[in-house]
Design a protein around this ligand. Structure first.
Ligand code: GMT
Length: 375
């Protein structure tokens, strides 16, 4: 199959899922064309089946805001026509699903039929999509897609609750490449971070409000009072400064390192004992799955799709959003006993194996076949 993939080329979340999916499909013989405004972060290896088409933006003094949607629609028309694509798979409803609809209409004038699959990832529904100024377009473009997928049952339900969706929604969860994400022995690195064998706690995110990074610091402060520990904060974004400030106010600054954006997340996760994800909303929680794959138990909130990933009392624990004390207690319970920690680490990997790439990617392939047969 020849598939065009449209996504935001982000460090995490939907951009990573789209890129890893494209790479996996290319390895199984499909021809994959990424169409984005800059090279996706994880598109880091050469394959004869992988192509990247950059959406060039024209800067004209008249435009306060360059018309990205128009540039993307034109690029889609061009790539579908000349590369003879069989299907377009767009990740994130806004604006990709509506742009794909426009491209589809234009292609029809050339006598070309192109099926469009839209994958909803979360904030396109739970935060941005609900915004009244976007919701008519989101509803319309979901209903006009030839196939719609969400990354959890919860996100499917939220989509049905918020929008007047008439289309079938297929749930296809996030997945993990265990060849890349697995626990590696990094004793030297561990010693550098935790010279006195302190427990290592990790949080990775884009530091947006929804990630509750302040709660990460507060949970750590409570754990640190009971258990010698270090916190690694990986990633960057709007709430980084406030979280740094909070770490100083709570007097844990010397035990917290803010590492900024990192490519080799799996190297950092390999030395971790616990992962914190106290998000206010999370459609799946890919970062938590990456942690579990590296044998790191997860303390998370119980919002959105997280209960479909984190098994309470097995791969980690869950508490209500903002229940800092509850999450701290759960973290201490896991970390205070070597044998218990070792068991939770094994369980985390066992749970991650349910989302192995080889189990999930065929689900997308079957879905593409169904959609193509239907259109
Ligand atoms: O979590 C983010 O802020 C990034 C966001 C995105 O839209 O790229 O991630 C969303 O999609 C991921 C991949 O499907 C999910 O694993 C994340 O849970 C989801 N984030 C939220 O729902 C907040």
């Amino acid at each position: 199959m020849k598939i065009g993939i449209v996504c935001y080329p982000t460090f995490g979340g939907s951009g990573v899922v789209a890129t890893e999916l494209g790479k996996a499909l290319a390895s199984s013989g499909h021809e994959i064309h990424f169409i984005t405004y800059s090279q996706p972060a994880r598109l880091d290896f050469f394959s004869e089946n992988l192509f990247y088409h950059e959406v060039a933006m024209s800067q004209y003094p008249l435009f306060d805001y360059a018309p990205y949607e128009t540039a993307l629609a034109s690029k889609l028309v061009d790539v579908v026509r000349y590369e003879k694509l069989d299907l377009l798979h767009v990740h994130y409803a806004i604006p990709h699903a509506s742009v794909a609809f426009m491209a589809k209409q234009i292609l029809a004038t050339y006598g070309i039929k192109i099926p469009v699959v839209t994958t909803l990832h979360g904030t396109d529904i739970t935060l941005v999509g609900k915004d009244k100024s976007f919701s008519p377009v989101v509803t319309f473009s979901i209903n006009q897609s030839d196939g719609v997928t969400t990354v959890s049952e919860n996100l499917k339900q939220q989509t049905l609750d918020y929008f007047d969706v008439t289309n079938h929604i297929e749930v296809i969860p996030n997945f993990i490449d265990l060849n890349r994400f697995h626990s590696k022995n990094h004793e030297h690195f561990k010693k550098a971070i935790a010279p006195n064998d302190e427990r290592i706690i990790v949080h990775t995110s884009n530091f947006r409000k929804v990630k509750h990074t302040g709660d990460v610091v507060r949970i750590f402060e409570q754990i640190n009072q009971k258990i010698p520990s270090k916190l690694l904060m990986v990633g960057d974004g709007p709430d980084r400064r406030n979280s740094e400030e909070l770490a100083r106010q709570l007097n844990v600054w010397e035990h917290v390192r803010f590492l900024g954006k990192q490519d080799a997340i799996e190297e950092i996760l390999s030395i971790a004992d616990l992962f914190l994800m106290p998000s206010g909303s999370e459609s799946f929680g890919l970062a938590a799955l990456e942690a579990m794959a590296c044998k790191v138990p997860v303390i998370s909130s119980n919002t959105g799709g997280l209960p479909e990933l984190n098994i309470d009392g097995f791969s980690g624990y869950m508490s209500d959003v903002s229940d800092v004390e509850g999450m701290a207690k759960q973290g201490i319970h896991i970390l205070e006993d070597d044998a218990r920690l070792a068991e939770f680490k094994e369980n985390a990997l066992t749970r991650a194996e349910d989302f192995k790439i080889c189990k999930i990617v065929p689900h997308y392939e079957r879905f593409y076949d169904e959609v193509i047969a239907r259109v």
